[in-house]
Design a protein around this ligand. Sequence first.
Ligand SMILES: Nc1ncnc2c1ncn2[C@@H]1O[C@H](COP(=O)(O)OP(=O)(O)OP(=O)(O)O)[C@@H](O)[C@H]1O
Ligand SMILES: [Mg+2]
Length: 249
Amino acid sequence: MSVLQLRDVGHSYFGRTVLDGIDLSVARGEVVALVGPSGCGKSTLVHVAAGVMEPRRGRVERAYARHGMVFQGPRLLPWATALDNIAYPLRISGMRRGERAQRARAAAERVAFDRADLGKFPVELSGGMQQRVAIARALVAEPDFLFFDEPFTALDAALKRRMQDLVIDASRAAHFAALFVTHDLIEAARIAHRILVLDVAGRGVAGERRLDGEPGAREDRAVFETVQSFLKGDPLFRHIHDVDERRVA
Ligand SMILES: Nc1ncnc2c1ncn2[C@@H]1O[C@H](COP(=O)(O)OP(=O)(O)OP(=O)(O)O)[C@@H](O)[C@H]1O
Ligand SMILES: [Mg+2]
């Protein structure tokens, strides 16, 4: 039973095709990592899948109740405190102020955001802190589907790992499904059930690989070896290696 399904989705900007013939489905409770070279249309695909943008072609079917979204970059309201940014989705839904603040504090705690910093404005926060506020905002309304667009790129290695573990644990506990864009194959191999590889812009899905075992139950060594085998011996990952100028692992 899939909670998100894209059928033959295509999109173009000013007549230039960036997505074409995209078929993709995410099952209930499944975490799908989406990788592909820079500029291949990953963010566009996420925006289309989440309904932030209408696709030029194809259909998107959503069977989840509520989604949360972590954009590429924090996208916080500059005039609102960290607490009010986290609580924003609850405010939209009309929740009372006291309860909103309580839930926002709990969400901040889940992403290891210090209580003492909740009264600060985005301009007073580091990049990593801003990104954690964005993640807490995505989790606060207890969504059953999450879109992540390279959420941890701004975080240092230790915090990145902690956040990945948080996603793994939260997806199990709250049983949410997710589409998780990353350019970090180690991250993909840690958190996902399946990795979907996008081809260069306009050519659709190049292929997918199902990962052994469950996220959270994989040894670091196994994750590392899986990624090494993708990079060294699997043609599906060759174009990522060739085209993406950024660090892969
Ligand atoms: N609003 C826009 N208007 C015009 N072109 C756009 C717009 N957004 C993205 N593009 C172009 O569409 C292509 C795909 O962009 P997109 O941001 O989806 O790629 P991406 O795979 O997320 O890249 P990255 O890995 O660098 O985040 C790029 O060539 C980009 O320049
Ligand atoms: Mg992007």
